[in-house]
Write a protein of this length. Sequence first.
Length: 338
Amino acid sequence: MSAAFGAGSLLETAMSFQRAKLLLTGLELGLFDLLAGGPAEEGTLRERLGLHPRGSGDFLAALTEAGVLVREGSRYHNGAAAAQFLVRGEPAFLGGFLHVADEVMYPAWGRLADALRTGAPQAATYSRPDMFGELYEDDAKRSAFVRMAEDASRPLIPALAEGFDWAAHKAVLELGGCRGNVAAGLVTAHPHLAATVLDLPQLRPEFDAHMRALGTADRVRFHAADFFTDDLPESEVVMIGHCLVDWTDDQRRALIANVLPAVRPGGAFLIWDPMIVPGDESCLRNLVRSLNMQLMTPDGANYRVDELTGWLREAGFGEVRHDGLGQDVTLVTAIRPE
Ligand SMILES: C[S@@+](CC[C@H](N)C(=O)[O-])C[C@H]1O[C@@H](n2cnc3c(N)ncnc32)[C@H](O)[C@@H]1O
């Protein structure tokens, strides 16, 4: 954006928090859920959502101009994206992520200067270095985290199912696979494939319930372990996604070193994350995501694809390649030499 970055774009960037809140407030108020029941006039929406007449007209008109709502005559209804992603209960509902964006990330971004001065996270989610142990002590926090993580990875499942030669492999071990949503998507797309999800023991009940609900309990099993300190079960393909961004460079290198012996010689280690790829059009968004990780976690940050390549080579992996998965995410494939 640098060359044509005049006063107009500068002000638009500076004020873009307003657009964000327009959408997030629609979600907070339950507007999209209400409209999922059928089109409604402003008066009805005002009454049902408890809104004051001063702002409701502009609020609905702004959401319409933004393409989130559609107005037909005097009635509003959800636009296609709102109907798909902003209505509770829809399979692609992004409310788990957007709820955390509104409640946790938005206030934390108001303290970016403090984070930059101190290096400390600003989200008040963690007070101990054992961040997942602390998070999982509280049922509500654990459940909110799982839904947020899943909303971020669910849109990647089709590209992950296409982006690797799964036909040539029978089994995959997914590290930090949470309650198994991605693994279930892969075995559904490739019925010959079996998956093992390795994650912390606190997630087993959620994993069991989710696999039962999806009907994949017989093809995706859970392995409770710590991916830093425990021996990992051997597999021809090992995968990890949206996890390395949670840790320091040293922890990432230690984890990668722990993974190498688990990958069968000739097998593959797949890593997917919103990596920083200099020159790519995702670069700005992933640098912003990196600052978000710094606001939200004690040690997390996004990393560069060439840094990851170096850590993989240092651990003993051979051929390393990277491909875009869409959604600003890069898939890195590293082969363990025979
Ligand atoms: C950001 S979530 C990503 C979840 C999943 N890969 C996805 O993208 O939907 C990070 C995952 O790493 C798991 N995790 C964190 N520390 C771990 C550890 N030491 N050993 C195993 N899993 C761990 C968490 O429980 C969580 O499921």
